[in-house]
Design a binder for this molecule. Structure first.
Ligand SMILES: [Zn+2]
Length: 222
């Protein structure tokens, strides 16, 4: 049953009139609230009709006119005041606090990003360490291996980034996560490629020890 049907079906006008403070005589007559009525000239029953001012209608018309509401709002008010169930009625839920929820979601979202950034950079750092040893130039080499060069170029920088992610302020970490986000997919594919080819042994480095003590932003503490 829709809102209008449900309300009209379950609330007679006389019940609504009395509920909203209109005195109805035993014979179903009441002083009309819609004109200056000294003697009861309104008949209220399932519907209402005023013999004085000719107002006439159902319970929704009555309440709409009484409180100056649109038919829909009047019907909603009646449904609410009398606990009428109808199709499309939103079940009552405790009020969420969107600001807190969305802050929490944003914080969780950030935490995920930061964790991923850390994980990928850590993987890259291990690769670099490995390359530095594995491709270290021999006296006979004419050229240095490109992976060895990359290791020399990047290892300090990546270690610095990891250090910042472990012990930096929220601002410092956010800046790194934001800057490195775009490189992570590419790095991750590279790391996976090298790991799959079995060239990488997991290292236990000082970084990994520090990782255990990794702190999260204060607002994430639960
Ligand atoms: Zn009247």
């Amino acid at each position: 049953m829709n809102l209008f049907e449900a309300v009209k079906d379950s609330i007679p006008t006389i019940t609504a009139a009395e509920h909203y403070g209109i005195e109805v005589k035993r014979n179903g007559m009441a002083c009309c609230p819609f004109h200056d009525d000294r003697t009861p000239s309104m008949k209220v029953d399932k519907r209402f009709h005023c013999f004085g001012c000719q107002e006439d209608g159902d319970v929704i018309d009555f309440v709409g006119k009484l409180f100056d509401l649109s038919p829909k709002r009047a019907a909603e008010k009646l449904a609410e005041d009398f606990g009428v169930q109808y199709d499309g009625l939103q079940p009552w839920r405790p009020q969420k606090r969107p600001s807190v929820i969305s802050k929490l979601e944003a914080a969780q979202e950030y935490r995920k990003k930061e964790n991923r950034c850390y994980r990928v950079l850590c993987g890259y750092f291990h690769l670099l360490q490995d390359w530095k040893e594995q491709y270290a130039p021999q006296p006979s080499d004419e050229e240095w291996h490109p992976l060895f060069c990359e290791a020399l170029q990047k290892i300090d920088y990546v270690e610095y980034l990891l250090d910042e992610l472990i012990s930096g302020t929220l601002e410092e970490r956010t800046a790194i996560v934001k800057e490195k986000e775009k490189d992570l997919d590419r790095l991750e594919r590279r790391i996976t490629g090298f790991s799959a080819s079995g060239k990488i042994e997991p290292h236990r480095s000082g970084i990994q020890e520090k990782m255990r003590g990794m702190r999260y932003p204060e607002e994430l503490a639960m």
